[in-house]
Design a binder for this molecule. Structure first.
Ligand code: ARG
Length: 438
């Protein structure tokens, strides 16, 4: 277990190591060698839960080098956020940057792979501007996510730091497959695998083409055609094979699972996170707690699907499935919070429009978290799940200088996070540099 954790962290270091070099932003404020001084009116440190007033942060080469510096050193570029509340850049551990909410149902078939890659460029920027400086992209077609991650790392595209899964692995006819075409088209999605060895081969193939982690589909889904949302779609041995293989590589596994049995099978297999968790029962929550498995509930989605689904082409059968999932998932979120399970901020952006990620904070607080817990889910916990603790989602020495700021206190009203007015990633200001003095 420890060896796996260590390897995972090493893998992640490789992935994000390159991100330090990308500190040169498109706005040309190359901070390499330059010192930036951020004056924060109020600073929220989610790791300790401490809130401090009038804090000076020193940033060099894209990282925080000191906290609590009273005055800017000579020659430093000053960013004045003295009227703002500053917190670490936010983390969403479940997004699909290469998919658009408006391309739902059969329309999705008309969106080519190259077009998905271009959509990803657009959506990466929206996500960054919304204050999400790190994301885990869990599901994309044909490695469009790898291309996007690499373009962002190279500084060619504005976007969050990304870990990506490549195509999700799943059974024929299941949530990972494409079920809208009749048999004569003879098409299956690139993540389809049946049996433990086929599944292991897909894990290896995904790593070969650049994935950081594995995503697999343990149960049916809402937006997939022709399956039952709660039904288990992979056997225990298939799940065991996928997780064992991924962990051999020192990488993590995220599992799509709505159904009670599929959730438990995935936790028993050793998955690192369960996504959706809709019909989780008490035993499932207890199992997750015992194994340290993250439970990632995307509890904003229901609003968008129910309100906009019919307009954007979501099938009536999917709307009926969403009807089964919506409130139950929110109630089970409350149970998981009360039980003290590990939980990260995960929204499934791409099902709803990118950039609206922070709308989920409202629901996380409404259904049982304190604002500080919700912020921690989107910082400390997201970083821990991604194996990036001490590098992202934090505001201490050594962390990347990924910061957001809001005009009022999110601990009093968490919804203010829907409107961040300042975004810095790796020491580069992407949004709201107003008030800075050269
Ligand atoms: N991608 C997910 C699926 O198709 C979306 C589920 C959305 N619904 C929800 N209540 N979270 O299954």
């Amino acid at each position: 277990m420890h060896a796996v954790a260590a390897l995972t962290a090493a893998g992640a270091a490789l992935v994000l190591g390159a991100a330090t070099a990308m500190a040169q932003g498109p706005q040309g404020q190359a901070p390499q060698g330059q010192t930036v001084y951020v004056r924060a009116g109020r600073l929220i440190d989610p790791a300790s839960g401490r809130v401090s007033e009038n804090v000076g942060l020193l940033i060099r080469d894209g990282r925080i080098v000191s906290v609590g510096v009273a005055t800017p050193p000579p020659g430093a570029k000053v960013v004045d956020l003295s009227r703002e509340t500053v917190l670490p850049g936010l983390i969403d551990v479940h997004v699909h940057l290469t998919f658009n909410a408006e391309d739902a149902g059969p329309k999705a078939l008309t969106i080519s792979i190259p077009r998905q890659a271009i959509d990803g460029v657009h959506n990466a920027r929206k996500t960054l501007m919304a204050g999400f400086t790190t994301v885990r992209n869990v599901g994309a077609s044909h490695f469009t996510d790898v291309a996007l991650r690499d373009a962002i790392t190279a500084g060619e595209v504005d976007g969050p730091r990304m870990q990506v899964s490549g195509p999700p692995i799943g059974a024929t006819g299941g949530h990972a497959d494409e079920n809208l075409l009749p048999e004569e088209f003879n098409y299956e999605s690139d993540g389809v695998a049946n049996g433990p060895w086929e599944a292991r081969a897909k894990v290896r193939r995904n790593f070969k083409y650049g994935a950081d982690l594995i995503k697999f589909m343990a149960t049916g889904g809402v937006l997939s055609h022709g399956d039952s949302v709660g039904g288990q779609q992979l056997s225990q041995e298939e799940m065991d094979a996928i997780v064992t293989e991924a962990h051999l590589w020192g990488r993590k596994v995220a599992v799509h699972a709505h159904g009670t049995d599929g959730i438990k099978a995935a936790i028993r297999a050793g998955a690192d996170s369960i996504e959706h968790c809709s019909f989780i029962d008490d035993e499932g929550i207890a199992l997750a707690k015992a194994r340290g498995t993250y439970l990632d509930f995307d509890i904003y989605n229901d609003d968008y699907i129910m309100a906009e689904g019919p307009k954007v082409g979501i099938e009536p059968a999917s709307l009926a499935k969403e009807h089964l999932v919506g409130q139950t998932q929110r109630d089970n979120f409350t149970k998981a919070v009360r039980a003290g399970a590990k939980m990260a901020f995960a929204t499934d952006a791409g099902v709803y429009p990118h950039g609206d990620n922070a709308r989920q904070f409202h629901y996380m607080v409404k259904y049982g978290m304190t604002p500080m817990q919700a912020i921690r889910a989107a910082t400390t916990s997201g970083a821990d799940l991604m194996g990036l603790q001490g590098r992202v989602g934090c505001v201490s020495v050594g962390c990347y200088a990924d910061l957001v700021a809001v005009p009022t206190d999110p601990l009093k009203q968490v919804e203010v996070l829907e409107h961040v007015d300042f975004v810095m990633k790796g020491g580069v200001v992407y949004k709201g540099a107003a008030g800075e003095t050269p």
